[in-house]
Design a protein around this ligand. Structure first.
Ligand SMILES: [Zn+2]
Length: 133
């Protein structure tokens, strides 16, 4: 199952970044999820709660920031919302050379700790991050 392997990878990323901190330490994980990532949010929520069992993330909440799909036309520079399934033909010049600007995100952008201020935010570009603490 696609979402299950993603959920397991997310839990591994967070536990690697936080170290051995005991169960129930993480209260929420924030995820950027692109419209075109192919992930079903309901299914991911379900798999995430299973994957968290017995880890520092047990009982934590999955917060999803939905990122709409957007494309940009290379020849004329127009940008538009792609929708799903994605429309990649330029609505202005009808050119076929477009690049995706956003919509394929699947990354952890923050971790919230139980009974504490947020203090460990993964860097948007790469996870796992924050290996200092
Ligand atoms: Zn165009």
């Amino acid at each position: 199952m696609h979402e299950m392997s993603i959920a397991v990878a997310m839990v591994e990323q967070v536990t690697e970044a936080t170290g051995d901190v005991g169960s129930g330490t993480v209260s929420a994980v924030r995820l950027q999820l692109g419209e075109l990532s192919g992930v079903v949010p309901d299914s991911l929520h379900f798999c995430f709660s299973l994957a968290c069992t017995g880890t520092a993330l047990e009982g934590s909440e999955l917060l999803v920031d939905h990122v709409p799909g957007r494309a940009r036309c290379l020849p004329c520079g127009a940008q538009w919302a792609t929708g799903m399934p994605p429309q990649l033909c330029c609505p202005r010049c009808e050119g076929g050379r477009a690049e995706l600007v956003s919509g394929r995100e699947l990354q952890i952008v923050g971790v919230r700790w139980s009974g504490d201020e947020p203090r460990a935010d993964a860097r948007p570009e790469s996870v796992p991050a924050n290996e200092e603490s």
